[in-house]
Design a protein. Sequence first.
Length: 127
Amino acid sequence: MPTPTILFYSPSPQPYGPKLLQLCAIQNIKLRVLDGTGLDRPLSVLAQGLRPGEPLPEGAPLPEPLLVLCHFSEKALDRLLLSLRRLPAPCLKAVLTPTNAGWTLRKLYGELAQERSQMGGAHLPKG
């Protein structure tokens, strides 16, 4: 099984970042911090990592942070989700699945935002 990995995107510096880095070090999880250049790449590519020097397309930033949890066993995922509840900033979260592996980060965000809206959740930030 591949190494458990978290893809972390944030449009701006977040209080989540340093604590997430510490959490990943403690639980032996790879952390890939994404910026706006990876928003139009498939999740499966982002989860595997990019080749050094590989050019990335530029896109408009997403309005809020997003975590994608990749390659976790059920036990490790449960432990991670409990730990994430203690971090200071709320964040959209998703698990990499065969269904969403071909989606871009931008498409995943759209799906999560739509799901949250249908469930009566918080409104999306304007921006």
